[in-house]
Design a binder for this molecule. Structure first.
Ligand code: NAP
Length: 308
């Protein structure tokens, strides 16, 4: 019997995803009608993005899973009408993009590239330390944080990690809990935040925790805007903090008059750190539908209680 798979990730993405999804379904030998409109009670799977017009899942009585194209799920995980399994996107293309973004921005600050790009006058020879002498704190050791940590370690950066649960055997010093956060921030010259937005992580970098960083430290946030308290960050940047490179914000697009736009120590990028890539993501979606039909556990199923 043929499945009905509703692409409800928004009309803007359909032209990009249609062909990769059809190819991935064929490769996985899935017999499926891939459609952008269907009677809700006939839908077996929903390919989703939180910007979707579909916000009430109640009429999708037959739906076996909602397959989110985004890695972050904070805008859907608490939807009370969603009773079906929710899977988030773990896409090799997205991970690759995030690694490139993080490594690029870490190297910018590590090498002090801005001085030369902006044409420092004179001939002052300030030689940067080696990466092995530069401590990087990776907040979040999931799919993205761990991949970025590994790439930075391959360049010899002294990477330490922090996560919710204790971790061993990852080949880097790992911390957890409040004392662990203090320890990891205390010695960090560069902090990368790759945490999901949950009730627990909101404002995790507040004034008190920002004060644990050494003077001149740099924050790179491609995680979520709400991880950092805006006012506390601005105050820290007017004080000892060196720089903040921010990709994500509480309100997006970041309003033109937001102080981050004009602060000399802030770099704003417009939520471009890592996009889901249609070709690789389509294969993940197809594999999850195959699993659903075979009675196997879904990949990357979100834990509703945890919020990620
Ligand atoms: P993930 O695999 O779910 O990993 C999340 C990590 O955060 C895990 O290590 C988890 O700890 C840790 N964590 C969660 N809650 C915590 C808490 N209360 N205290 C300490 N650590 C906590 O997620 P991911 O795929 O790496 O993605 C991370 C985030 O990146 C996404 O949620 C999304 O917001 C963001 N993102 C941004 C872009 C962009 O373009 N800017 C693109 C994709 C994703 P445990 O390991 O102990 O569970």
């Amino acid at each position: 019997m043929s499945l009905t798979v509703l692409f409800a990730a928004g009309p803007g993405l359909w032209p990009e995803y249609e062909a990769p999804l059809r190819a991935a379904f064929a490769k996985a030998r899935l017999s499926a009608h891939l459609v952008t409109e269907a009677a809700p009670e006939a839908v077996d799977y929903i390919i989703y993005a939180p910007i979707s017009p579909v916000q009430d899942f109640t009429p999708f009585t037959r739906c076996k899973a909602v397959l989110n194209l985004w890695a972050g799920v904070e805008r859907i995980v608490g939807n009370p009408t969603l009773t079906q399994p929710l899977c988030r996107m773990v896409d090799p293309g997205l991970t690759e993009g995030m690694v490139e973004y993080v490594v690029g921005h870490v190297l910018r600050h590590h090498l002090g590239m801005d001085r030369f790009i902006h044409g420092a006058p004179g001939w002052e020879q300030v030689v940067p330390p080696l990466a092995r002498e530069r401590r990087v704190a990776m907040l979040g050791l999931g799919e993205l944080g761990l991949a970025c940590a590994r790439a930075l370690q391959a360049l010899n950066f002294d990477v330490q990690g922090w996560s919710r649960t204790p971790k061993t055997g990852l080949g880097l010093p790992c911390h957890h809990g409040e004392e662990g956060l203090r320890a990891v921030l205390n010695g960090a010259q560069i902090v990368v935040t790759l945490l999901p937005r949950t009730a627990e992580t909101e404002n995790i970098l507040n004034a008190s925790r920002l004060s644990w960083l050494p003077p001149g430290a740099v924050i790179i946030n491609p995680g979520r805007g709400a991880l950092i308290e805006d006012e506390a960050l601005l105050a820290a940047l007017d004080g000892p903090l060196g720089h903040a490179t921010l990709d994500v914000f509480r309100v997006e697009p970041l309003p033109e008059d937001h102080p981050f736009r004009h602060h000399p120590r802030v770099t704003v990028t417009p939520h471009i750190a890592a996009d889901t890539r249609a070709i690789t993501a389509a294969e993940v979606v197809a594999e999850n539908i195959r699993r659903g039909e075979a009675g196997e556990p879904f990949l990357h199923q979100v834990d509703r209680a945890r919020g990620y």
